[in-house]
Design a protein around this ligand. Structure first.
Ligand SMILES: Cc1cc2nc3c(=O)[nH]c(=O)nc-3n(C[C@H](O)[C@H](O)[C@H](O)COP(=O)(O)O)c2cc1C
Ligand code: SF4
Ligand code: SF4
Length: 291
């Protein structure tokens, strides 16, 4: 398993296909594509001057997110899967117009590689001050935030999530994550953080567990948070594994120490992005029917 690999695709049965191609003339072997792939399927090759590649047995695990395409410093990765590239030029449009907002929105990417610098509490407050204007059902504004600013606590929450995964694995009960858990534990034990991706901070949206609007309102608020991050020089990513563990595992609930009756609605890692975005990957066309 290479540095960013978190899924052990060698042990899984797959169909063979290729997902990306890399222009070997332009590639400078920086290895960023290897580091940003969320499923860790891009191999750096054996030798220093090898061009990165996806081993055939791993290609089926590509989720077509286009992170490798976005972050390639030479824009020399092309997708071999069907894509619909945006026609927007993401570097144009000095003022906020529909076109500029569109450029900004489509340029958002999940960030899973972070610098070490802490984000100031003042900056986080500025973002949350905007996010409080996110819509909420009947303007109930039920969302509360726990910002995990202390990176040691982020690490502890990763460690507790791994503990929870070990319990899930040892249990006889079926669990939808069971097939992924062994690889995540192996990655963690080899020094990779597959849960919070080494992010310095977490934004956790929580609300009263009996509020029927709380989940939807929290997801909207977190989406606003993620979208606001790049304008403050930050990047974020949904912390799906942590979210599930935080709703299942008492030691995580104890660590978070939320107000009585509250439950985690969802969580997001964030910090200063390590890499720059150069391109916008493709997405499916909008599935629309007109009446
Ligand atoms: C509800 C939800 C949970 C997610 N959980 C994780 C996660 O635990 N780890 C991770 O690396 N990415 C996670 N993601 C990010 C998705 O993988 C990502 O949004 C998707 O691949 C598309 O890439 P993009 O966000 O760069 O456009 C999650 C996204 C959502 C919406
Ligand atoms: S990010 Fe681009 S330039 Fe760097 S190794 Fe990958 S393909 Fe080559
Ligand atoms: S498209 Fe996403 S999942 Fe597929 S190889 Fe690139 S970074 Fe990895």
């Amino acid at each position: 398993m290479h540095l960013s690999g978190i899924y052990d695709y060698h042990s899984m049965e797959v169909h063979i296909m290729q997902k990306i191609s890399i222009d070997s003339e332009k590639c400078v072997r920086c290895g960023i594509c290897v580091n940003v792939c969320p499923v860790g399927i891009i191999s750096p090759g054996e030798e220093l001057m090898d061009i990165p590649y996806i081993p055939e047995e791993a290609a089926a695990f590509c989720n077509e997110c286009g992170a490798c395409i976005s972050f390639c410093v030479k824009s020399c990765i092309s997708s071999l899967f069907d894509t619909n590239y945006t026609s927007l030029d993401v570097l144009k449009n000095p003022d906020i117009s529909g076109e500029q907002l569109g450029s900004y929105m489509v340029k958002r990417r999940s960030i899973r590689n972070y610098g070490n610098a802490a984000v100031s509490k003042e900056k986080i407050d500025l973002i949350l001050d905007n996010v409080r204007y996110a819509p909420s059902g009947m303007n109930g504004q039920p969302v509360h935030w726990t910002i995990v600013h202390d990176t040691d606590v982020v690490k502890k929450l990763t460690s507790l999530t791994i503990d929870w995964m070990k319990e899930v694995l040892a249990s006889e009960e079926p669990h939808p994550l069971k097939q992924f858990i062994p690889s995540l534990i192996t990655a963690y034990e080899s020094g990779i953080d597959p849960i919070c991706r080494g992010a310095p901070h977490l934004a956790i949206a929580h609300a009263h567990k009996d509020n029927p609007m709380a989940y939807t309102d929290s997801i909207i608020a977190l989406s606003w948070f993620e979208l606001a991050c790049p304008s403050y020089g930050l990047g974020a990513c949904w912390a799906g594994f942590l979210n599930i563990a935080a709703n299942s595992y008492q030691p995580i609930m104890d660590e978070l120490d939320l107000p009585k009756g509250h439950a985690v609605q969802h969580a997001m890692m964030f910090g200063q992005p390590l890499y720059t975005i150069y391109k916008v990957p493709g997405r499916n066309p909008a599935k629309v029917s007109w009446k």
